[in-house]
Structure formats: C-alpha cells, structure tokens
Ligand binder design. Sequence first.
Ligand code: 3HC
Length: 297
Amino acid sequence: MMEIKKVGVLGCGLMGSGIAQVAAQSGYSTTVLEVSRELLDTGLKRIDQFLAAGVAKGKVRPEERQATLSRLSGTTDYESLKDCDLVIEAVIENLEAKREAFSRLERSLKKEAILASNTSSLSITEMAIATKRPQRFVGLHFFNPVPLMKLVEVIRTIRTEPAVEETVVGFAKNLGKVPVRTLDRTGFIVNRLLVPYILDAIRALEEGVGSISDIDQGMKLGCGHPMGPLTLLDLVGIDTTYYIADIMFDEFRDRRFAPPPLMKRMVLAGFHGRKTGRGFYDYASEPPRANDFLTQR
Ligand code: 3HC
C-alpha cells in the first residue's frame, strides 16, 4: 500500500471544501484548487466558518482549528499540486469539465499519484480511461455535509489495481469515515436508492398529495429520517440533484430516475436550494418558510 502524505482537492465548492477540510483536519497536508481567486476565497471562508461553528459548539478544539488551517492551502495553479500522493476531484458534475481538470493536473502531477473522483453519477471508467493512469484511478464519493457524514463510497473499475483500492480504503478510514466498496454503476449504492425516493417526493408535491412541509414532516416523523426529502434536496442542491438524476436516467432509461418537470423549472429559475437562498423553502426567514406558490395555479 502506498503512503498518502499530501492530498490535493480539485474544486472548493460545497463538496470540495468539505473534503479539503476533513483531509486537513485528519493531519494531511492539503492543497485545494479553484478556477478563480474569488471562488477559492468563498470556499476557504466556508471551511473557516465550519471550523468556527465547531469551536462554538464545543466539537472542535481551538488549537485543532488552527492546526487544520495551517495544513491547508489554496491555489489557482495546477502546478501547486504536482507533489500530491492523492488528488480528489470535486468540480462540477460534467464529464468534459472533469476530464479537462484531470488533463491539466496530469501535465505536472507525479506519475505514482492516485486520482479519485467525487462524482455522484458519472462513470468512473469513462473518466479513468481519459487519463494516463486508469489503473491508479478510483471513485471516492463523499456525502453532504462532508465533515458530518460518516460514509464514503469507494468505487473501483475493472482497470483499478487492487493495491490502489486498498490505499484509498485506508485513507477513508484515516479521515474517520466508514468506507463501503461498490462497483462503477451510476449512482453507486446510495444514490441508486436515494434519487428515486427524492424525485418521488417532488412528484407527490406536483400531484398535490401533500404540502411541502407535510411531505417533509411525514418522512421525518414517520420514518425517523433526520430531514425530509424536500429539505434534503435544498441541502444537496436542486441543480446538482437534477444533473445526477439526468445522468442516471440516461444510463438506466428507467423513469424512476427521470427529473420531474417542476424540478427543471426550479433549476432554470435559480431555485437551487440553500446555496441560492431559495428552493422548496425560502432561507431569508428563520425558520425557513415553505415556498407553497411553487405548485399553485
Ligand atoms: N463542527 C463540528 N461538529 C458539528 C458542526 C460543526 N460545525 N455542526 C454540527 N456539528 C455536530 C453537532 O454538534 C452534532 O453532534 P452530536 O450528534 O454529537 O450532538 C451533529 O454534528 C449534528 O449537528 P446538528 O445537531 O447541528 O444538526 P442535525 O442534528 O440537524 O444534523 C445533519 C444535521 C447531519 C445534516 C442531519 O440533518 C442529516 O444527517 N441529514 C441528512 C443528510 C443527508 O442525507 N446527506 C446525504 C445527502 S446525499 C449526498 O450527499 C450524495 C450526493 O451525491 C447527492
């Protein structure tokens, strides 16, 4: 097994910033890359705020916050990642964008480094074969919010060397996560089951089965879920979930994965969930208010 010392993360959005945070928090020297200084600053600020909130809640020691930040650096230059042992990609859920990021990275990255993608739905094999090292390529799928969610899916392809899979499983454990192994089938384990469920929640809303808050309360209190499906959609991002569902529909051609019409309208209208301030709920008020007008005539 290879020893991972230095970690790189491509993308400092919702997922990338969380991954960079837990890597740095677990003792790895971590560099996170964004395409612009502005996006990088937003991502690094998110990490700092999460750590600060952790300190306020008594979950993170102040010296741990400082140590984490000292192990973390941000960059807009792919060259800064050249010495990384493992680079985890968490850019937009678009095959071309991901391939482009890997290709730029590989211009300077050392040969033995392992590449991983945090994709939720794209084919790991399709990404791996576009790189110079398909045998050192895996999927490493985290869950939102990354610092709090225990699970990581580790995905091998038929080209992945067994030792590389083992190294990555060990890395996930070092992050304090619980790894599960899965094959390269779009959606892997969790989204295969979760996506039809959350899309059905939107269909139930469209059909008038219940209001936004009643659908959420129903699943929260009736099934013991930590949050209802529409609140979860707002957390993960309605745009992100739309892209995931579309890719899954394309792979399986099964209507369970087809994004419902309301979802597409919400994406087009900028109702992306918490990150844009509104989705199924409006986050300008506290507690957030359900946007019941979404389904009114
Ligand atoms: N630093 C450290 N710890 C923190 C923290 C911080 N900034 N903020 C919160 N915590 C701790 C809390 O202290 C608490 O710890 P405790 O259990 O020991 O008391 C714990 O984290 C939970 O925090 P809160 O009590 O503040 O919040 P909730 O109890 O409401 O839980 C949640 C929040 C963990 C997000 C929970 O609602 C949940 O599990 N929701 C479901 C999320 C989910 O399903 N995610 C998966 C989405 S799918 C996905 O990501 C895949 C993608 O491909 C689409």
